[in-house]
Design a protein around this ligand. Structure first.
Ligand code: GRF
Length: 202
């Protein structure tokens, strides 16, 4: 049975597109949810014939109430894995608990370096020579949970935020579907901070 994935987005959705393009019998995207009604990612989801849902944080009295509604919608679709793909919100502890060890995020740096919402800009400002992309399991702290996959990307002297982010995204578009496939194949074992990738049984 294929893994039912829920993807949370806020923006352009190139990672969502890569996840959709790489889908095999191992996983399927059951629902795409956004907190931004104008996210281009929603257009990509619609073009792929997927179910979409927009929930607006302003319609809820607290962050917890909003996150509960998101979690309810994901559970109604029998989602087994939640993938954050450019989702620009910090999840509440209650949400993380409901999907414990079943939430993945992709972050455009080599964590734990350069956490936060401007990682690519921060790398350039810092003058780092190497950065990259990280797929990690989401825990209670921002950009913090156990690392599943990680790949380095060189920073070039003439890089702008756009050119560097573009090269990082090219890596992300391979890494994220690969991590989801591993999850779907049951090959990710988490012990504390350490993630073991189990060998391919087939
Ligand atoms: C990606 O770089 C991802 O690492 C970060 O947000 C960006 C989302 O891009 N969390 P997209 O919406 O998938 O194009």
């Amino acid at each position: 049975m294929s893994l039912r994935v829920g993807v949370l987005v806020s923006g352009s959705g190139t990672n969502l597109q890569a996840i959709l393009d790489a889908a095999t019998s191992v996983y399927e995207v059951a629902i795409v949810m956004s907190n931004k009604p104008d996210a281009f990612a929603l257009k990509r989801a619609e073009a792929a014939g997927l179910k979409t849902l927009v929930l607006l944080p302003a319609d809820f009295s607290t962050r917890e109430a909003f996150d509960d509604a998101v979690a309810d919608a994901l559970e109604a679709e029998r989602v087994a894995l939640v993938c954050l793909a450019g989702y620009m919100r910090i999840l509440s502890a209650g949400f993380v608990k409901r999907f414990e060890n079943r939430i993945l995020n992709i972050h455009p740096s080599l964590l734990p370096a350069f956490v936060g919402g401007h990682a690519v800009r921060d790398v350039l400002e810092w003058g780092a020579r190497v950065t990259g992309s990280t797929v990690h399991i989401v825990d209670d702290e921002l950009d913090h949970g156990p690392i599943v996959l990680q790949e380095a990307v060189d920073v070039f002297p003439d890089d702008t935020e756009e050119t560097l982010h573009e090269r990082i995204k090219a890596v992300e578009h391979r890494l994220y579907p690969a991590a989801i496939r591993l999850f779907g194949e049951g090959r990710i074992r988490v012990e504390g901070r350490r993630v073991t990738i189990l060998p391919d049984a087939g």
